[in-house]
Design a binder for this molecule. Structure first.
Ligand SMILES: [Zn+2]
Length: 121
């Protein structure tokens, strides 16, 4: 069942909101990482066993991972917005079948239908 114009318009709104959220999150993470890097430079760097130092390293890697996820999310959102423009939105990139509308409600940036997503992992 093809998506209605109203549904497409709704997905466009949720995609732009998701984009704003992701950009804001990335900006916040960028700040976090700078703060962590600064804190690390201030701490006693020649003691590798400093418990505070390893906490900072852990926080840094957490923030890096989140930032990476957010970059991927942003790329997915931009690709979905591109598909809205060229009329291929809601079509699985792998098998070419429609992606269930319920799945798109939850993840409007989904590139794959649920079957292909579970195959890819
Ligand atoms: Zn598929």
């Amino acid at each position: 069942m093809p998506l209605t114009d109203a549904a497409l318009a709704r997905f466009r709104v949720s995609l732009s909101q998701a984009r704003d959220d992701t950009v804001r999150l990335m900006a916040g993470l960028g700040d976090d990482i700078r703060l962590i890097v600064d804190a690390r430079q201030d701490s006693n760097s020649d003691d590798e066993h400093d418990p505070e130092g390893s906490t900072l390293a852990f926080e840094r890697s957490q923030s890096d991972a989140l930032l990476q996820q957010s970059r991927q999310r942003l790329a997915d959102i931009d690709a979905a917005l591109g598909r809205l423009d060229d009329g291929s939105f809601g079509v699985c990139e792998r098998c070419g079948r429609p992606i269930a509308e319920a799945r798109l409600e939850a993840r409007p940036y989904a590139r794959l239908c649920i079957d292909c997503a579970s195959l890819v992992g």
